[in-house]
Design a protein around this ligand. Structure first.
Ligand code: NAP
Length: 473
């Protein structure tokens, strides 16, 4: 089916199209417009012109739009689930979970729309401040340029669209070309709800054209980007004085301390490593297990991994389906081969059938190997033996990235030390780093990015703080 761009409240036929393939079957599932710079210009102009419309809209009205969107998505949940399974090759159970989380994200956004407030400042705390009343308000930045990745195409769009509407901004969204249908579905639902024209615009197309125009155009006040570190860093370099939030990648780790009941955590760790084929920014990539538990942890982890079902993403029983592209399969196999050649042991997996990479467990991998130190973004996990939590913490921190980390321990002091010393955006005690719900502050340090999402926190980054001072003297 031929899709259209959504610009200024209207569906616009593109001047150029590319076929959109299912990564699992290779079949063409749609024709997607590849927006030209002129089409992106129209979207930016529309968003710029609609700034005053949404900025003047009362917060209860913005909340109502988001409530209706959550409701409408719930009504269309089966359709949204199927789109995710088809275009992202997301196993349907995970696709369904993403749709439910997306509904939550829009609900949180509706609630936050009503809580946009500043504070009073006691100016008389400074000599010369007497007789003055001061307060702050939060104002929308104006136009938000949102650029999103393929891996959570519905919920990561929601993490930008929800807070932007809640805080009175207009949006130009460029979804990943690998997964544009999920974003176009949201445009369809907002259109049905009767969102005034220009507030939300979707332009599909190449990052180098559409993304670049969004990043460099002066009418766009803020860029919110989720994607790979390399693209994120280049966006930061080109965005000038725009505000920029970057939600980038990682090679997340969990530490397993001595004395932990590993039977209780194996299944959770396997889920963290292999959900959506490891294509999750907080996927569990590195495990550091205390030497007392290492042998049995490895054995049980491999057993559980072998029980995963490989199959079609539309099948309810499937745990593992295709990676997003054949290039990613090749890259992952190359990295596994590098590990093998450098003396690491591939304990299970390590091979591909079509675009499906078998869930892979690697042991004895040096920290310098790509599977250890880069973001694998594939179903590959490295399990390492450590003699203490201190040693494990130093390995976890020996990374260019720092999104989230986890530690399983029975010792509260060890937990507190880890919370203090792990250099990441979020520490999960007695859980994997892969834990996320949609209202918690979420984001990384180092090459994992800058700024925070999680509706309330995204809103802070999409609003300007204005100070008002009354002189009563
Ligand atoms: P990606 O290749 O960086 O693409 C992300 C988006 O950027 C796509 O829409 C892409 O467009 C666009 N883009 C590409 N080049 C651009 C340019 N020069 N200027 C502006 N935009 C450009 O990432 P991905 O492969 O889709 O997603 C995987 C990455 O996202 C991983 O690194 C993962 O860790 C990260 N991620 C992070 C989080 C988080 O919250 N921290 C969450 C999910 C994913 P095209 O359609 O043209 O490719």
């Amino acid at each position: 089916m031929k899709k259209q761009l959504y610009i200024n409240g209207a569906w616009v036929t593109g001047s150029e199209y590319v076929p959109h393939h299912s990564p699992h079957t290779g079949e063409t599932i749609a024709e997607i417009p590849v927006a030209t710079p002129e089409e992106v210009e129209q979207a930016i102009q529309a968003a710029y012109a609609a700034k005053t419309v949404i900025a003047k809209m009362p917060s209860h009205k913005r909340a109502e739009i988001l409530e209706k969107l959550a409701h409408s998505l719930a009504k269309n949940a089966d359709r949204a689930t199927e789109i995710l399974a088809l275009e992202a090759s997301k196993p349907i159970v995970h696709a369904r979970a993403e749709v439910q989380r997306t509904i939550q994200t829009y609900k949180f956004s509706a609630e936050e729309a009503k809580r946009l407030h500043g504070e009073t400042i006691p100016l008389d705390a400074a000599p010369g401040g007497e007789g003055r009343v001061a307060y702050t308000v939060r104002e929308p930045v104006g136009v938000v340029g949102a650029i999103t990745p393929f891996n959570f195409p519905l919920n990561l769009v929601a993490h930008k669209v929800g807070p932007a509407i809640a805080s009175g901004n207009t949006i130009v969204l460029k979804p990943a070309m690998q997964t544009p249908l999920s974003a176009l579905l949201i445009a369809e639902l907002l259109d049905e709800i009767g969102l005034p024209p220009g507030i939300f615009n979707v332009v599909t197309g190449r990052g180098s054209v559409v993304g670049d125009k969004i990043v460099t155009d002066e009418r766009i006040n803020k860029i919110t980007f989720t994607g790979s570190p390399s693209v994120g860093i280049s966006i930061r370099n080109r965005a000038g004085l725009k505000r920029v939030t970057l939600e980038l990648g990682s090679n997340s780790a969990v530490i397993v301390d001595k004395g932990v009941d590993i039977d209780k955590i194996i299944s959770r760790c396997v889920t963290g490593a292999f959900s959506f084929q490891g294509q999750v920014c907080i996927s569990l990539q590195r495990v550091y297990v205390h030497e007392d538990l290492y042998v049995s942890f490895v054995e049980k982890f491999i057993d559980k991994t072998k029980q995963l079902t490989i199959g079609n993403p539309l099948d309810e029983a499937t745990d593992i389906a295709s990676l997003i592209s054949s290039q990613d399969v090749k890259r992952a196999l190359d990295w596994i081969e590098e590990a093998r050649q450098q003396g690491a042991k591939v304990a299970t997996g390590g091979k591909a059938e079509g675009n499906v990479l078998h869930p892979t467990v690697i042991l004895d991998a040096a920290p310098s190997l790509k599977v250890s130190c880069q973001e694998v973004f594939a179903p590959i996990v490295v399990i390492n033996k450590v003699s203490s939590v201190e040693e494990a913490i130093s390995h976890v921190n020996d990374s260019r990235f720092g999104l989230q980390a986890g530690i399983y321990t029975n010792d509260v002091n060890v937990a507190l030390t880890a919370a203090e010393q792990l250099h990441v955006g979020g520490v999960m005690i007695n859980d994997i780093p892969t834990f996320r719900v949609d209202h918690m502050p979420y984001g990384g340090v180092k090459e994992s990015g800058m700024g925070r999402e999680g509706v309330k926190y995204a809103i802070e980054e999409m609003t300007e703080l204005k100070l008002v001072v009354f002189n009563r003297n």
